[in-house]
Design a protein around this ligand. Structure first.
Ligand SMILES: [Zn+2]
Ligand SMILES: [Zn+2]
Length: 146
């Protein structure tokens, strides 16, 4: 049997880490609950099969009667959306060590999307000088993320 590559991720401070056997559907959800839970216009989520929390302990908030949301109690990173009535767990895609392995393939609850959400991908970038200035500034940032 071929050796499986570890699919891993965790919160920004590194206290809570997980490993996943396989990933399922990758989506963004536009529902109002996901917007608030992520503090974002939509929530990138990917179904996680065989999820194991490998370090730290996530905090849980039962955000509805059907599901709870996991997050790091130390740094606040949203980590999961876990259904009560089945085994489905979705991981916040941006917490994967390599989010590139889970490109979204569907938009959930698009009818509730922020009116400007569809236009974000088409927004202009700053001019080249501003990009260069920003890159220079980025180079001075020392990350404390785990
Ligand atoms: Zn954390
Ligand atoms: Zn949602």
């Amino acid at each position: 049997m071929p050796e499986t590559t570890d699919i891993t991720g965790g919160c920004q401070c590194g206290a809570v880490r997980y490993r996943v056997v396989a990933l399922g559907r990758s989506s963004v959800c536009h529902c109002r609950m996901c917007q608030r839970a992520f503090g974002a216009f939509y929530a990138p989520l990917v179904i996680a099969h065989g999820l194991e929390w490998t370090s730290g302990e996530r905090r849980l908030f039962a955000s509805s009667n059907i599901s709870q949301r996991g997050f790091c109690g130390d740094c606040g990173t949203p980590l999961s959306l876990e259904n009560f009535d089945d085994d489905q767990v979705e991981i916040a895609t941006g917490t994967l060590d390599d989010p590139e392995i889970a490109p979204p393939t569907v938009q959930i609850n698009h009818r509730y999307a922020c009116s400007f959400a569809d236009g974000i991908g088409g927004l202009p970038e700053p001019d080249e000088a501003a990009i260069a200035e920003n890159e220079a500034w980025n180079a001075t940032v020392v990350s404390r993320q785990g």
